[in-house]
Design a protein. Structure first.
Length: 55
């Protein structure tokens, strides 16, 4: 299982949990372009996204 931080801090948070069968994004508080550049795979490969709260 891999846990990758695409971004963390006051500018936004985004993490990906990957177990080679499933990709789960936790938070997506960054601009989509930054997420695409940082994730290393195509976004359509993500099966689910967990969002803890809205702003």
């Amino acid at each position: 299982m891999n846990i990758s931080a695409i971004g963390s801090g006051s500018s936004g948070n985004c993490y990906v949990i990957d177990d080679s069968h499933t990709k789960l994004m936790v938070e997506c508080g960054l601009p989509i372009k930054k997420i695409q550049e940082g994730c290393g795979f195509r976004l359509h490969e993500i099966q689910a996204c967990l969002i803890s709260h809205g702003h």
